[in-house]
Design a protein around this ligand. Structure first.
Ligand SMILES: CC(=O)N[C@H]1[C@@H](OP(=O)(O)OP(=O)(O)OC[C@H]2O[C@@H](n3ccc(=O)[nH]c3=O)[C@H](O)[C@@H]2O)O[C@H](CO)[C@@H](O)[C@@H]1O[C@H](C)C(=O)N[C@@H](C)C(=O)N[C@H](CCC(=O)O)C(=O)O
Ligand SMILES: Nc1ncnc2c1ncn2[C@@H]1O[C@H](COP(=O)(O)OP(=O)(O)OP(=O)(O)O)[C@@H](O)[C@H]1O
Ligand SMILES: N[C@H](CCC[C@H](N)C(=O)O)C(=O)O
Ligand SMILES: [Mg+2]
Length: 487
């Protein structure tokens, strides 16, 4: 694409008058720059991309977009906010890919990964080519790619959508994190359906207050747009049981459809019963009742099913097919995943790393557990510190044998993180501290006897543990399996 044509999309008050050049790619990392790239300088949390502009030019950059003048031999285009400009240029450079896709975005503190997999399955079961972007990976039709962030920054995102279009993907389902919304990573995404799961405490290290966190989440609904597309209507799918939904409703002009369990909703679950193989309930829509028997357990799973059901319904998928897809879903990796190695006690690996998710999972376990409940849990370093005492308190409230250990300590001292957790359980003596996660899992496995339950919480599908700057191979499921075998 020609530089002038590309820059027209920025609608600069003083249009670019410099040399017109062929732009072969857009990059914001000097190490990825090739001959003819436009290099965008982004001021990050760690370093300033402007410091890499000279190197980008040496690597072949044809032009540079920056927030301040730079002494370079190539044209330097100055804008106030390069991050915002990057979203606009990425969308334009890749041919506005989200306009060619049905795009479903999911936001909320918990349940995004699970719900996105459910929705993707419903579309895939209909023979539709799908794409998925989220915590576990990015998937384009049959190929999966590692993902660094739950929601990547705009440049990576638009490039991914472009690849999806190229592969014939029709429907893309993506998790939209609050960080992404706040940082404008999804600017330019033309969502068709926006889904809200729930809002509880997390990420206060970043957002500072729950109000700010809620405001960030509300942006997904505001960004659904303010115009009506009668041929292709847009929908906000909201959780009627979560008070934050009221704010999200007011943020959008799109059609609102609600789901819920405790509060009256357009789509409501009633007569919920836990069975030995899952959960049975009825989906009530007006006068109609649709029985469903899913293979997942817990009230939180019912919420995820309702959110997925509603997103699929407003997308025009027949109810019978939606139910069939949801009933045949066995689960999502690392979410209430059972480790079965011939033992006579239950071992569950779950990604609960927030107070609310830990409480939900432990409550569900309490429902069926007849004997001791062990929970092996830690809290991530360089993340919301205020959730640590809350998670410790919840572990002690619901489990008979809580074991506090390390999650991903990152740059923090693991012992200091454990001290933050302990502050929530002063006076309680039921817990044990084993900082080494492997030792903690082995200990729980060795202590368990017939009929007990062990929950290993916080890392779910993760296959690594980050301590300091080192990233070690670590998979709760493998560690637990080996511990059971060696018992
Ligand atoms: C706080 C935060 O969001 N940081 C994100 C940010 O990193 P950063 O600001 O540190 O970037 P930086 O390293 O300072 O680099 C600045 C610029 O210099 C460039 N650079 C840098 C080095 C170099 O040698 N050359 C170079 O050109 C970089 O390409 C970049 O353009 O930009 C990076 C690239 O987009 C992100 O990967 C990174 O996410 C980090 C890994 C992160 O941990 N983010 C978390 C907080 C996050 O976003 N989480 C959410 C929610 C998770 C959930 O609950 O599901 C998520 O969506 O993942
Ligand atoms: N609807 C829900 N409400 C509350 N807790 C849930 C819900 N769904 C799942 N959980 C719990 O939260 C954990 C994380 O679920 P999931 O990975 O689907 O959420 P997420 O929103 O994608 O999380 P992240 O922001 O870390 O990517 C699960 O392992 C489970 O313990
Ligand atoms: N998306 C979440 C994941 C947390 C997972 C937990 N294992 C941790 O490392 O804290 C985050 O980055 O805060
Ligand atoms: Mg996720």
């Amino acid at each position: 694409m020609r530089l002038k044509e590309l820059l027209e999309n920025l609608h600069l008050l003083t249009p670019y008058q410099g040399e017109d050049l062929e732009i072969t790619s857009i990059e914001n990392d000097n190490r990825k720059v090739q001959k003819g790239s436009l290099f965008i300088c982004i001021k990050g949390y760690t370093v300033d991309g402007h410091d890499f502009a000279a190197s980008a030019v040496r690597n072949g950059a044809a032009a540079v977009l920056a927030e301040r003048p730079l002494p370079l031999k190539v044209p330097v285009i100055i804008v106030k906010d390069t991050k915002r400009a990057m979203a606009v240029l990425a969308d334009a450079f890749y041919g506005q890919p989200t306009k060619k896709l049905k795009l479903i975005g999911i936001t909320g503190t918990n349940g995004k990964t699970t719900t996105s997999h459910m929705i993707e399955k419903i579309f895939a079961d209909r023979g539709c080519k799908t794409g998925l972007i989220g915590t576990m990976y990015t998937k384009i039709a049959d190929k999966t790619f590692e993902s660094k962030n739950t929601t990547p920054e705009s440049l990576t995102l638009q490039k991914t959508f472009h690849q999806m279009v190229g592969e014939g993907v029709e429907t893309a389902v993506m998790e939209v994190s609050s960080h992404a919304l706040d940082l404008g990573r999804v600017h330019g995404c033309d969502f068709d359906v926006a889904v809200f799961t729930n809002l509880t405490q997390d990420h206060l290290d970043y957002h500072k207050t729950m109000e700010e966190y809620k405001r960030a989440k509300s942006l997904l609904f505001a960004q659904l747009g303010n115009t009506f597309h009668h041929q292709n209507p847009k929908f906000a799918v909201l959780n009627a049981d979560d008070p934050a939904s009221e704010m999200f409703r007011s943020a959008t002009a799109a059609h609102v459809v609600t789901y819920g369990i405790d509060t009256e909703a357009d789509i409501q679950a009633q007569n919920i019963q836990m069975t030995s193989t899952g959960t049975k309930f009825e989906i009530v829509i007006g006068e109609n009742r649709y029985p469903i028997h899913i293979q997942l357990i817990g009230k939180f799973s019912v919420y995820n099913v309702l959110a997925s059901f509603t997103a699929a319904l407003v997308s025009g998928i027949p109810i019978r097919q939606i139910i069939h897809s949801l009933e045949s879903l066995k689960g999502v990796a690392g979410r209430f995943e059972l480790v079965q190695a011939g033992q006579d006690f239950t071992v569950i690996v779950d990604y609960a790393h927030t107070p609310d998710s830990l409480e939900n999972v432990l409550k569900t376990i309490r429902h069926f557990a007849k004997r001791k409940i062990f929970v092996v849990v830690g809290c991530g370093g360089d993340r919301d510190r205020t959730k640590r005492p809350l998670m410790a308190e919840i572990a002690c409230r619901y489990a008979t044998h809580p074991i506090f250990t390390s999650d991903n300590p990152r740059s923090e001292d693991p012992i200091a993180i454990l001290k933050d957790m302990e502050a929530g359980v002063a006076g309680n003596s039921s817990y044990k501290i084993i900082p080494d996660r492997k030792e903690a899992i082995v200990y729980a496995v060795n202590q368990a006897s017939s009929g007990d339950v062990i929950l290993i919480a916080g890392k779910g599908h993760e296959t690594y543990q980050q301590i300091g700057n080192e990233v070690y191979e670590f998979d709760d499921r493998i560690v637990a399996r080996e511990a059971i075998k060696e018992r």
